[in-house]
Ligand binder design. Structure first.
Ligand SMILES: Cc1ncc(COP(=O)(O)O)c(C=O)c1O
Length: 380
């Protein structure tokens, strides 16, 4: 079915095609070419990160993270239940047991006030997710982790260019993951990056992503041949995609401006309607600079959420729900997940609806979406 207003539409920022042609002309379309170097250097400079390595997806960045942290059987990894499967799966792949944390009812981020009770002597890592690009309460989380000697890493798939108390999201944990999937603010279709804030991980990350070899050192001229020296896999992004990504990164200010306008239009035009009907709009604490990644409505009930999705669909508008609680998934239940374990997650997951949000969304189409929402009358 095609929609007058789809949920997502990838859009070109300008130089994608010419940069991809340049990558082809330069005879280097595998990984670690000139565009990969440019993307990594730009991200390092913008985020003040020690090292950034492009990966084929956000999922791969999380997997690389789990390998670097030597997560294995017997370890517990705390993850919010309200997140994408990869946040947990990357660690489960290494044999760890996920421990599901509930979220705060306001920002929908991991609830730091209920974090400490989940820590056991087996806890190895706490993974935070900055939902919708609004920062988690990092001061409290880092303090708890420090007290227990547990690593903190960030799944920052939503939050590139967001900040918490003025510091960029993705620079709080020893490691952080970015996603450049086509639904993200900055995209190359499928892509991601590992942000390394703790320099002890840099050298091994370069080895693991190059199939366990010291090929990166060889290319830098530091060794005269490269060989197999550690476990590893292929976590390298093609330079063709890095060329696409570089064009998007160059256009970041314009992209972020557009997304801010879209977010503020929804917030302004839906405020009174939401208040009148008991619908909650996204909450951004004053100390958080959000990334303008998404706009959601928290409807009063599941029935009303489903009815609004159907109502918008009948008008050619695609709105979608988001994460199913991980602790209630078939896999989550194998790790002891049960109903009632994360009550806020369970309730929010039923009630949340995401509105169309993409860089080329016009004000005319947004006005159409807002008008359609205001026509909704199937309140419980
Ligand atoms: C919170 C979160 N983490 C990780 C990912 C995985 O990223 P990717 O699709 O680039 O593998 C996503 C989804 O895109 C996500 O929303």
């Amino acid at each position: 079915m095609s929609y007058r207003v789809p949920f997502n539409k990838p859009s070109l920022a300008g130089s994608e095609m010419s940069y991809m042609a340049e990558a082809v002309r330069s005879n280097h379309i595998s990984g670690n070419g000139q565009f990969t170097e440019r993307c990594q250097a730009l991200l390092e400079q913008l985020l003040l990160a020690r090292r950034v390595l492009l990966t084929p997806s956000g999922t791969h960045a999380l997997e690389l993270m789990a390998l670097l942290l030597d997560v294995g059987p017997g370890d517990e990894v705390i993850v919010p239940s309200f997140t994408f499967v990869s946040t947990a799966n990357a660690f489960v792949l290494r044999g760890a047991r996920p421990v599901f944390a509930d979220i705060r009812p306001d920002t929908l981020n991991l609830d730091e006030t209920r974090l400490e009770r989940l820590i056991t002597p087996r806890t190895k890592v706490i993974v935070v997710v900055h939902y919708a690009g609004v920062g988690c309460e990092m001061d409290a989380i880092l303090e708890i982790a420090r007290r227990h000697g547990v690593a903190v890493v960030e799944d920052n798939a939503h939050g590139l260019f967001g900040a918490y108390k003025g510091k960029p999201l993705g620079t709080f944990g020893s490691l952080a993951a970015l996603s450049f999937h086509e639904t993200k603010n900055i995209t190359c279709g499928e892509g991601g990056a590992l942000i390394i804030n703790d320099p002890q991980y840099i050298e091994r990350a370069e080895i693991i992503r190059e199939k366990g070899t010291d090929r990166t050192r060889f290319f830098r001229g530091e060794v005269d041949k490269y060989t197999w020296i550690d476990i590893g896999s292929s976590y390298v992004l093609s330079d063709l995609l890095a060329a696409f990504l570089y064009a998007q990164l160059e256009a970041r200010e314009e992209i972020q401006r557009k997304r801010q306008r879209i977010w503020e239009y929804y917030a302004e035009h839906l405020k009174d309607w939401a208040e009148a009907h008991g619908v909650r709009l996204p909450h951004v604490p004053p100390h958080c600079q959000q990334s303008y990644h998404m706009f959601y409505l928290l409807m009063p009930s599941l029935a009303e959420r489903q009815a609004l999705i159907a109502h918008l669909k009948a008008r050619g508008i695609l709105s979608v729900f988001h994460y199913h609680p991980l602790h209630l998934s078939a896999m989550g239940r194998r790790f002891g997940g049960r109903p009632g374990q994360c009550p806020v997650t369970e309730e929010v997951s039923d009630r949340l609806l995401r509105l169309p949000f993409y860089n080329s969304l016009t004000e005319e189409d947004q006005a159409y979406v807002v008008a359609a929402i205001k026509e909704f009358d199937r309140w419980a």
